[in-house]
Design a protein. Structure first.
Length: 263
């Protein structure tokens, strides 16, 4: 009788071990990353996946080469590691069809079903068998997007918008290559406005011929009030956070703070 119970206990241990092995092996298989692509544009030579950039907003000018997808179950990996693997696979798929960018359209988890099983246990307490089952929800991390070839990046350091000089409230709006007077509250500019000077007024240019010369630097011609009004060459420098603009000429240097950004 004792030998019979020991045999049943051994069988129970084997069944439990087999169940754990099945779960572990299915998790391992589910942790494999996969990907696919569909060509929708003119083919280009393959690129290096490390040079493929992920875009959340479309660049200024680009070509769509196709659709790409990558997916992977969470399995044995942590969520952050799973996400990195999926994104790297997405880049790899895009590189195969000659892309240098992916315009991301979907990124997240998707439930793909459940898996599980059933096995018998022998209980020495009840002196008999009882059934047990196990179930796991299968989820996969998915990333999808458009494989694109970027021709021109969007200028993310644009000067366009409303800028204010805090000490006197002078407000300038820059659009295109011109910065115009938007508000005049005090100081010499207000005096000239009240005198109806032909160069000073809401909507009239304060800075013109603005041209980009470096990443955060522009040149232009600025209307300066130094005993009399005159146009001077100026340098416009934007800080790294894009919210402070420094304007320098031979006569003066001052800063403006961004009030509102324009597209």
């Amino acid at each position: 009788m004792i030998q019979f119970k020991n045999l049943q206990v051994q069988k129970q241990v084997v069944r439990i071990f087999n169940a754990i092995a099945v779960i572990f092996f299915s998790s391992f298989l589910f942790s494999c990353v996969s990907g696919s692509y569909i060509i929708a544009g003119d083919p280009r030579p393959p690129t290096n996946p490390t040079n493929v950039k992920i875009y959340f907003d479309p660049p200024e000018k680009y070509e769509t080469l196709g659709l790409v997808e990558a997916f992977m179950g969470h399995g044995l990996y942590k969520m952050e590691k799973t996400q990195n693997k999926v994104i790297n696979k997405l880049k790899s798929m895009a590189a195969k069809i000659g892309s240098n960018g992916v315009l991301l359209t979907t990124a997240g988890d998707k439930v793909t079903g459940t898996s599980g099983g059933y096995y018998n246990n022998y209980s020495t307490f009840y002196n008999g068998y009882f059934g047990s089952s196990y179930t796991r929800v299968n989820e996969k991390r998915v990333a999808e997007g458009r494989a694109i070839y970027v021709i021109k990046e969007r200028d993310t350091t644009s000067l366009m918008g409303q800028w204010i000089r805090e000490y006197d409230g002078l407000e300038i709006t820059i659009k295109g290559n011109v910065g115009i007077f938007t508000k005049i509250y005090s100081g010499e500019w207000l005096r000239l406005l009240k005198k109806r000077n032909k160069h000073v007024g809401i909507g009239k240019p304060k800075i013109k011929d603005i041209t980009k010369i470096e990443k955060l630097t522009w040149k232009g011609t600025e209307l300066v009030n130094s005993h009399f009004l005159q146009w001077y060459p100026s340098i416009l420098t934007l800080n790294e956070t894009r919210d402070v603009l420094t304007i320098s000429s031979a006569i003066e240097t001052y800063t403006l703070k961004r009030v509102k950004e324009m597209p």
